[in-house]
Design a protein around this ligand. Structure first.
Ligand SMILES: [Zn+2]
Length: 323
C-alpha cells in the first residue's frame, strides 16, 4: 500500500487512465471457462447459518497466511508467487469456487513483467455478481532485505481464502460475490504513475472495456489486516455510506475500538475500482510500524485480528443494503 497527497493522487490517476490502453490484453479471457470448471459446486449440507459471520475462523485464516509466508518473498513474476498462486487456486477451488486467471504483461521500471490476477466466482449461475471482495497477493521486491510480507500481502490473502470457505456455506450470497486476488499492487521500484497497482488497474480496465463495471454495486478491499493491535484506518476517500456501515457493523459485533479513520486518502487497489464507478472501501491498518521492513513477519499478526475483519465484512454483507 502507498499513500500520497491528493494532488499526486490525481496525477497518478490521470496518467494511469492515459496509459491503460497500452497494456497487452491478448492473454485476458476472464469469461473463458474451461469445461472442467463448469461442474456445479457441492451444495452445503444444510441451510445457511443464521449468523454466517460467526463461521469465519481466524485460526484457519492465519494458517493460510503462514503457508503463504513459508513460500518466502513473493514479488510479481517470481517462482514463489507462482507457488502461492497455486496454493490460492487449489484452496479456493476446494471450497467450490471457479477460479479464472487473468494474465497480462505490463512494462515496469525493471522491464516487462507477467502479472496474474485470480478471479473467483461461485457456481455457474447466470445471475451477475454484485460485489467485489479483493486483496493483493504479491509482496514488494527488495534487493537488500528479506521481505516476506506476512501482513502486507499475506494477511488479507489468507483471510480471503477463509472467506471463500465461509461464503460457500451460503450459496445464494456467494453467487453474488466476485473474489479477486490482485497481482502487482506493489511498486517494482518506487510508486509513481507507471509503477504500482498493476493488477487492479488492469482488472478495472477490463471491467470498463466489457461494461462489467455496471453490474457491481460495490467493493471491499482488504490490505494489511493482521496486526495484533488491530486498528483499521479507513481512508478519507472511503465511500461515506460504506464507511458508516462498517463502523455500525463493528459496533454491533463489539469491535468498534478496532476501527477509525485515517488522516487522509490512500492510494491502494480500491482506487481503480472507485474510478470505474464501483464504490469500494479499503479496510487497512496503516498504523503497522513494520510496514515494508524485514520485520513484517508472522509473529506480528494474530488470528483474532483476521477474525475481526472477516466477521465485520460478513456481517455487513448479510445485514447492510449493499446488494
Ligand atoms: Zn506494501
Amino acid at each position: 500500500m502507498m499513500k500520497v497527497s491528493r494532488l499526486a493522487l490525481l496525477a497518478v490517476l490521470l496518467l494511469a487512465g492515459a496509459c491503460s490502453h497500452k497494456r497487452e490484453q491478448s492473454a485476458d479471457a476472464p469469461e473463458a471457462m474451461p469445461p472442467s470448471e463448469l461442474a456445479p459446486p457441492p451444495e452445503p449440507p444444510g441451510p445457511p447459518p443464521a449468523e454466517l459471520w460467526k463461521e469465519f475462523s481466524g485460526r484457519r485464516a492465519f494458517a493460510h497466511v503462514k503457508k503463504l509466508v513459508d513460500f518466502g518473498p513473493r514479488p510479481s513474476g517470481s517462482e514463489a508467487l507462482e507457488r502461492a498462486r497455486k496454493y490460492i487456486v487449489d484452496s479456493v477451488r476446494g471450497a467450490g469456487w471457479q477460479v479464472v486467471p487473468q494474465e497480462f504483461i505490463d512494462r515496469t521500471p525493471r522491464g516487462p513483467v507477467t502479472f496474474v490476477n485470480l478471479i473467483a466466482r461461485y457456481g455457474n449461475s447466470d445471475s451477475p455478481q454484485r460485489i467485489i471482495i479483493a486483496s493483493h497477493y504479491d509482496t514488494k521486491i527488495f534487493d537488500t532485505i528479506k521481505f516476506v510480507g506476512a501482513d502486507d500481502g499475506g494477511s488479507s490473502t489468507g483471510a480471503l481464502i477463509e472467506l471463500a470457505r465461509v461464503l460457500a456455506l451460503d450459496p445464494g450470497l456467494a453467487r453474488r460475490v466476485e473474489l479477486v486476488f490482485f497481482d502487482g499492487e506493489e511498486a517494482v521500484v518506487q510508486f509513481g504513475p507507471g509503477d504500482g497497482l498493476y493488477g487492479s488497474r488492469y482488472y478495472a480496465h477490463v471491467l470498463r472495456e466489457t461494461a462489467r463495471n455496471r453490474q457491481f454495486k460495490c467493493g471491499v478491499l482488504w490490505d494489511m489486516i493482521g496486526p495484533s493491535d488491530l486498528n483499521i484506518t479507513l481512508p478519507t476517500d472511503s465511500p461515506p455510506e460504506m464507511a458508516r456501515d462498517i463502523f455500525a457493523g463493528a459496533d454491533s459485533l463489539g469491535v468498534r475500538k478496532n476501527f477509525s479513520y485515517f488522516r487522509g486518502p490512500m492510494l491502494d487497489d480500491h482506487v481503480p475500482l472507485n474510478e470505474s464507478h464501483i464504490p469500494t472501501i479499503d479496510l487497512i491498518d496503516f498504523d503497522f510500524v513494520y510496514w515494508h521492513t524485514a520485520d513484517d513477519t508472522l509473529d506480528k499478526l494474530s488470528p483474532e485480528s483476521l477474525r475481526v475483519v472477516g466477521e465485520v465484512t460478513l456481517y455487513c454483507l448479510r445485514r447492510m443494503p449493499w446488494l
